[in-house]
Design a protein around this ligand. Structure first.
Ligand SMILES: C[S@@+](CC[C@H](N)C(=O)[O-])C[C@H]1O[C@@H](n2cnc3c(N)ncnc32)[C@H](O)[C@@H]1O
Length: 253
């Protein structure tokens, strides 16, 4: 079989060797020192990774715009390495760190990131930033139905984000108004949990003429989420409304 041969001088970027020495990428003791110099109570992990090791992986396996996920964040070495690599090559990599222990997240992962972003001891600031988010209860059960505990604001956050890619506007408070936000000229409404004041089961969750007349006005296209619609397709079209049924037409991701 003909085979393409690529010489080292022809290849772009770095070529990975199978053997990584501790002179090049560090070792556990180095990692412990790194954390110890940042945080007094940071050394609770037996085998933390040195920043140099993760940086090497980023050099080989990421581009300047990569999004890097570490779903076992621990002491936050991955976030630290991403910021360091961005500083080194002017990259714009972003990261998502997931840590299930709230205490570790609050007192170690996020504290380490803050310090390296701002600079500490003799180490210059790496710059960058991060947002600290706390996961709430699941929105859907295993059958795709909305969980009973889900409140209007929980669903509003989910719907607005999955539809627009944007977080819910800060002024939405889930008190009386089903308008959850406007994005790129389109208004998004959510009829759920009797937001319009009708506390009967399903009250106010179905789009009718009366409910439509009560919605806060918007001069432009509207997307309305509700449990059902009594308005015909022509009427919806005439009023520039896209109706989406809860829960089936709510995007999961
Ligand atoms: C060994 S530590 C990671 C250390 C990290 N690589 C470093 O160098 O700093 C693993 C972490 O993953 C967290 N963890 C374990 N299972 C998890 C899960 N299912 N979701 C999120 N975090 C998890 C643990 O709480 C622990 O802090």
């Amino acid at each position: 079989m003909p085979r393409r041969k690529t010489y080292l001088f022809e290849s772009e970027g770095n070529s990975a060797w199978t053997w990584w020495t501790n002179e090049e990428v560090g070792h556990t003791q180095e990692a412990k020192k790194e954390i110890g110099s940042l945080l007094d109570e940071g050394n609770i992990f037996d085998t933390p990774k040195p920043v140099r090791l993760i940086k090497r992986i980023l050099e080989l396996a990421s581009t300047k715009d990569s999004l890097i996920l570490d779903s076992f964040a621990g002491s936050g070495t991955t976030g630290h390495a991403v910021l360091a690599q961005n500083k080194a090559d002017g990259g714009n990599r972003r990261f998502i760190l997931v840590e299930m222990e709230e205490k570790i997240c609050q007192s170690i992962t996020s504290q380490r990131l803050k310090k390296v972003i701002e600079g500490y001891n003799d180490n210059p600031a790496l710059g960058g930033g991060f947002r600290y988010c706390v996961l709430s209860e699941p929105v859907f059960d295993e059958h795709g139905q909305i969980c009973k505990e889900v409140k209007f604001m929980d669903l509003a956050r989910h719907v607005f984000f999955t539809e627009t890619g944007e977080p819910l506007p800060r002024d939405v408070n889930g008190k009386k108004s089903p308008l959850i936000g406007v994005c790129k000229g389109t208004a998004y409404y959510l009829l759920f949990n009797g937001i319009l004041g009708d506390k009967r089961p399903d009250g106010g969750n179905v789009l009718t003429n009366k409910i439509l007349a009560e919605l806060p006005p918007h001069d432009g296209p509207k997307v309305i989420f509700g449990e059902g619609s009594r308005l015909g397709a022509d009427r919806l079209k005439r009023d520039g409304i896209i109706f989406k049924q809860i829960p089936y037409e709510i995007k999961v991701n």
